[in-house]
Design a protein around this ligand. Sequence first.
Ligand SMILES: Nc1ncnc2c1ncn2[C@@H]1O[C@H](COP(=O)(O)OP(=O)(O)OP(=O)(O)O)[C@@H](O)[C@H]1O
Length: 254
Amino acid sequence: MILETKQLTKQFGGLFAVKDVDFTIEKGKINAIIGPNGAGKSTFFNLVSGLYRPTAGQVIFKGRDISSLSANKVAKLGVARTFQTTNLFEQASVFDNVVVGHRLRTKSTLFDSIFRTRRLKREEEQCKEKAIQVLQFVGLNHAVDQRVANISQEEKKRVAFALALATDPEIVFLDEPTAGINPDETAELSELIEKMAEKGLTICLIEHKMQMIMNLAEQIMVLNYGEKIAQGPPDEINRNEEVIKAYLGGSTSA
Ligand SMILES: Nc1ncnc2c1ncn2[C@@H]1O[C@H](COP(=O)(O)OP(=O)(O)OP(=O)(O)O)[C@@H](O)[C@H]1O
């Protein structure tokens, strides 16, 4: 197990967005979180990536309690997340959007920037090499110099993946990676997610496309009104009465 939550809880006023969630994520696997709108999926992501502090409970990453660490510190430990593509700089190039990712791993200070020290130049070079490497990995060699505003939605998703990969993560949380793209593109992005897992990365994704999740994920957690109602492999989740009642509405083809 690489990441674990223990009785993780987030309350907004009187509302429990996430309540007492125990979840374990196995290293190198593709994990998914599903649930109806408002079930607490995004809040769960924000808790494990350090954007929110839990009201109660813990997030344990590689045996260390990271519940009270800042998002930046959590990312430095090797936890990356993607946001919806609206988080990209539309007027900047694909390359410039991704090159910032690896800065997390550099040590240059304002002093280095002002005096353009050797360290700064070396680290800038490292960031550029990393950006090229991850853009190649996600299949965007052809679009490196294009402005993000001019590329397709599916390519933007790949940029978001590349940005997360540039931070050298051990686990990547993908926020609705295939929202708003067509079935062919969805299949291609699924392949990319599998390629990431084959490389040894641990994946955890939120997704509404049930068929895709059932084919791709090895383990699924189902949230409903902030609570975990099921956890297991896809075939088990498919047959779970409570899940069918709460979410699937009797069909997995949603
Ligand atoms: N910052 C916030 N302040 C108050 N309530 C919030 C906040 N963020 C989320 N909520 C509430 O917490 C609950 C869980 O929301 P969350 O966005 O985590 O669900 P979700 O499963 O990601 O939904 P969706 O699939 O629609 O994105 C909802 O009732 C939502 O209105």
